[in-house]
Design a protein around this ligand. Structure first.
Ligand SMILES: Cc1cc2nc3c(=O)[nH]c(=O)nc-3n(C[C@H](O)[C@H](O)[C@H](O)COP(=O)(O)O)c2cc1C
Length: 188
């Protein structure tokens, strides 16, 4: 049987990103449980701020089309998403906006209807970015027709929660492994 392919996205470009650490941890838990994790650097998919004039005059950026293909090529997608003002980061809003505009290769359904989504967040704050995940769930489920697993993992005080090996020293650590297992089961 082939290994389930899981795309793991860190929706922050910041060098010291806490969500990148969460994404890397999730990817390790996927691999340990028999899945195949892909963890791209979203800097490789840089795209302009969504603008209808750009879409009309220049078309959809090649990076957005490439990312659409990456989404569609995976059975499960985990997004580690920072919370900005209780909502999504501008990076993630922009990516989801552009990718949702791709009409080729199965269009929106291939990128958002086919993979199963799982969500996580890490924040120095006390809520761990959970409110942003609720907003992200709304975009994925209501806006894009995605299936999102009910359980989500958020890591409060994340600046103090990872050890040198990148493991979580808080109760959220166990939840990361559980969520990875749930995603693999959902797509298997
Ligand atoms: C404009 C802005 C708004 C933010 N709003 C929130 C917020 O609502 N809740 C929260 O927990 N953290 C908030 N933060 C802090 C981020 O969670 C923190 O910078 C986090 O480390 C970003 O994710 P990263 O480490 O993956 O880059 C905000 C940061 C910025 C720059």
């Amino acid at each position: 049987m082939s290994q389930p392919r899981i795309l793991v996205l860190a929706a922050s470009l910041r060098g010291g990103s806490l969500n990148r650490r969460l994404a890397e941890l999730f990817a390790r838990r996927v691999t340990e449980q028999g899945g195949q994790a892909t963890l791209p650097d979203l800097r490789d998919y840089a795209m302009p701020l969504y603008d209808g004039d750009i879409e009309q005059n220049e078309g959809i950026p090649a990076t957005a089309k490439a990312l659409h293909q990456v989404f569609a090529g995976h059975q499960g997608i985990f997004i580690a998403s920072p919370e900005y003002n209780s909502a999504l980061s501008p990076l993630l809003v922009n990516i989801l906006s552009w990718v949702s505009r791709v009409k080729d290769n199965g269009g929106q359904g291939a990128a958002f209807g086919t993979p199963v989504y799982a969500l996580g967040s890490a924040s120095p704050g006390g809520f761990g970015g959970y409110r942003g995940l609720v907003a992200l769930r709304g975009v994925l489920e209501l806006g894009l027709g995605a299936r999102v697993l009910p359980q989500m993992v958020s890591v409060p005080a994340a600046h103090q929660a990872f050890d040198e090996a990148g493991e979580l020293t808080t109760p959220a650590g166990a939840m990361v492994g559980t969520l990875a297992g749930q995603l693999l089961k959902a797509v298997g």
